[in-house]
Design a protein around this ligand. Structure first.
Ligand SMILES: Nc1ncnc2c1ncn2[C@@H]1O[C@H](COP(=O)(O)OP(=O)(O)O)[C@@H](O)[C@H]1O
Ligand SMILES: [Mg+2]
Length: 392
């Protein structure tokens, strides 16, 4: 039942609140208003459901307090004790008063006020529970200590899965500045590449930047890697930082493919990452490398809240058990992708696995990863995605 705080109300009225079933009635004199502690208390977690401003409180003061409480304690209803007339009602409601109670109110009148306050509190509780959450923005960095372990495969497929699940949501950045092959993995012939996207007007105008992106048939946007290693190398970490910041203001998901190891560009992207997909290969050096990279990133405090450990190419090397791998890495693996012929076929034809929607375990594993990064996509539209994520 409701908790009630009365201020400057006469004893009979206070008693009626108890009779009407309030669980906890605290009665204070008008001097409580002068102390200034009242507002602080009412804005705290122990705020009563109802504040009753009695006949001893001047109406002007009641209205002023109601206005303040409206913002400071939205869970508390303010009731003013006064002889009601329609004009007073309107003025009171405008001031933020929720109910007006006659000084001669009966227990039934008080019970009705309590009931209305409870209904308002319930409506507010439901409304606040269904307030749509601000969409989460994510910067997903795909990295690994070594090359040739599946970074580009994972980055392109994850980005594609996100782009299809939420149209217009995703951009993929090829930060393997020397030997990036995202464009090739997606069979794109880009007009502009990374160096174009970080210089000139594109570097400070999102509209211009968008014209430098290459669009894949799935709807995925791409910042393609440089066509010359030298030009790619000239891109500075500061330029990368600005690019990632600008893209994450425009796109819900920024997926970043990287060069092997911890280059300055990768570290810069990681400073902005919400998620790290760290990939290791299924061999002893690959597993040790994974451990080492995790340790280094931990020391640098660059492991973001979303960490996804992926072992790729499982089943390819004899003698390594997953339990041993996890012991060496020092953490459970989040995803294990087996070796499968569908992968090189997809790389060579430039048709990502998630566009074909095959039933092979690598495609299914990559879809699971998309679901980890975009739970909403997995629960809703992603169901469509689970069968077939893309279509040309
Ligand atoms: N699970 C797998 N099974 C078979 N081949 C794979 C698998 N993962 C990746 N590959 C192949 O390995 C090669 C390197 O993959 P890639 O994604 O380019 O790695 P990285 O970006 O880390 O250098 C590609 O030819 C790709 O087709
Ligand atoms: Mg690569």
């Amino acid at each position: 039942m409701s908790t009630v705080l009365t201020i400057g109300a006469d004893a009979d009225l206070v008693a009626r609140f108890t009779e009407a079933g309030s669980s906890d009635v605290v009665a204070l004199g008008v001097d409580a208003l002068a102390e200034g502690v009242l507002l602080r208390h009412l804005a705290g977690p122990d705020a009563p459901d109802l504040v009753v401003l009695g006949a001893e409180v001047a109406l002007a003061d009641s209205f002023a307090l109601a206005g303040q409480l409206d913002g400071a304690a939205p869970g508390t209803s303010v009731v003013v004790v006064a002889f009601t007339d329609p004009e007073l009602w309107i003025e009171a409601m405008r001031a933020g008063v929720r109910d007006v109670l006659s000084p001669h109110a009966s227990t039934a009148d008080v019970a009705a006020v309590l009931e209305r306050a409870a209904a308002r509190a319930e409506a507010r509780r439901v409304a606040s529970a269904t307030v749509p959450q601000a969409p989460t923005r994510r910067v997903v960095v795909v990295a690994s200590p070594k090359g040739g372990v599946g970074k580009t495969t994972v980055a392109t497929n994850v980005a594609l899965g996100l782009a299809v699940a939420e149209p217009g949501s995703t951009v993929l950045v090829d930060l393997d500045v020397q030997f990036g092959d995202v464009a090739s993995a997606l069979a794109l012939v880009p007009e502009h590449t990374l160096p174009d996207a970080v210089r000139g007007a594109a570097s400070n105008d999102p509209l211009v930047l968008k014209t430098y992106l290459t669009r894949h048939s799935s709807g995925l946007h791409v910042v393609a890697g440089s066509d010359s290693p030298a030009a790619g190398d000239a891109v500075t970490p500061e330029e990368v930082a600005r690019l990632v910041d600008m893209l994450s203001a425009e796109f819900r998901y920024v997926v970043v493919d990287t060069a092997p190891g911890l280059t300055d560009h990768t570290l810069t992207a990681l400073e902005r990452a919400t998620d790290l997909v760290l990939i290791g290969s299924m061999d002893v050096p690959g597993v040790r490398g994974l451990r080492k990279e995790l340790d280094v990133l931990g020391e640098l405090q660059l492991v973001p809240a979303g960490r996804h450990l992926v072992l790729n190419g499982a089943g390819s090397a004899g003698g390594l058990a997953l339990a041993d791998v996890e012991r060496t890495v020092g953490a459970p693996l989040d995803l294990v992708l087996p070796r499968h012929d569908a992968v090189p076929l997809s790389t060579n034809t430039g048709v990502p696995l998630l566009m074909k929607g095959g039933k092979d375990p690598v495609t299914r594993g990559l879809q699971t990863l998309v679901g980890r990064l975009a739970p909403a996509a997995a629960a809703g539209k992603g169901r469509r995605g689970r069968r077939r994520v893309g279509a040309r």
